[in-house]
Design a protein around this ligand. Structure first.
Ligand code: PLP
Length: 287
């Protein structure tokens, strides 16, 4: 079956999908996006993703291209047309096209909207989670509005590439004061010796992860102690467990940081419990 992509009101074959060369997303990274998990053919955490997209658009003063309901419909239709059962769906909105000028074009310029769905095998993710992943730490060189989910992802690409060079799957970014902000494409978490789950508080320095928010709901439900505060690499190295969260990875155990083992150097029991709780939530929310 050939893949279908949504571009500006049309569902077109993948190979034929295109945007203009003077699209501001292409020239200025003047664009925002969302990546949602798909379970059983349904969007997981749809309301939170749509709310964050609306916020990203509003922070950049990009007029919404259509209602949140219509955008969600585009995502669902792209999933349906590609028969994605388990996977991810990517939605991008740019400020539109026009002659290359820094200042914004008129509000009437139509925004570019692209939606792509991709299937993946949950078993492969589970196999990765069974081993856990390695993390490499790097300075956080991103701009100061990491809370807006823009496509300006070059620092994240550089960090991931450097991590891969060292055999790590994710990079943890460290701010000027020595505190971990977040992963290159995930939120960063540790579990202290006392069993408290710790992740950085929401601020312009990090993206408010949808998986992060849902996991906090689950921690409350499970009555697991948690703190939202910054931590240093030294504290992470002393932690009992560590993990990352993102829509693509859900809860993914971290077993080493810069080549040094976390806890026993294996996925931690609380992390695996939270992964399975999140999985149950995703199946129900995608039911
Ligand atoms: N932080 C960054 C920088 C990200 O790019 C992502 C996801 O892509 C996340 C955190 C996790 O967000 P979510 O759980 O909404 O996928």
């Amino acid at each position: 079956m050939s893949r279908i992509v949504y571009v500006n009101g049309r569902y077109v074959p993948y190979a034929k999908a295109a945007v203009h060369v003077e699209d501001r997303g292409f020239q200025f990274a003047d664009a925002v996006y969302e990546v949602c998990q798909v379970r059983n053919g349904h969007l997981v955490d749809e309301a939170r993703h749509m709310a964050r997209l609306a916020r990203s658009l509003s922070e950049l003063k990009i007029p919404a291209p259509m209602s949140a309901g219509a955008l969600a419909h585009v995502m669902r239709e792209t999933i349906r047309r590609n028969r994605v059962n388990d996977g991810v769906v990517y939605l991008q909105v740019t400020r539109g096209e026009g002659p290359r000028e820094f200042v914004f074009p008129s509000q009437d310029v139509p925004r570019t909207v692209v939606c792509i769905a991709r299937a993946f095998a949950p078993d492969l993710q589970d196999a990765t989670a069974a081993d856990g992943i390695a993390v490499k730490t790097l300075p956080d060189i991103r701009w100061r509005r990491a809370d807006i989910k823009t496509v300006m992802l070059l620092p994240a690409c550089l960090a991931k590439e450097a991590a891969r060079g060292d055999g790590a799957r994710e990079a943890w970014l460290v701010d000027d004061k020595g505190f971990v902000t977040e992963g290159a494409s995930s939120n960063a978490w540790i579990v202290s010796r006392e069993g408290t789950v710790i992740t950085r508080q929401i601020a312009p320095a990090i993206l408010a992860g949808v998986t992060r928010a849902t996991l906090i709901d689950l921690l409350r439900e499970e009555k697991v102690a948690y703190e939202e505060r910054a931590f240093r690499i030294s504290e992470a190295l002393e932690a009992r467990e560590a993990f990352i969260t993102s829509a693509t990875n859900t809860v993914m155990p971290v077993v080493s940081i810069d080549g040094r083992p976390i806890g026993e150097g294996r996925p931690g029991p609380l992390t695996l419990r939270l992964r399975s709780k999140f999985d149950q939530f995703a199946v129900i929310s995608g039911a």
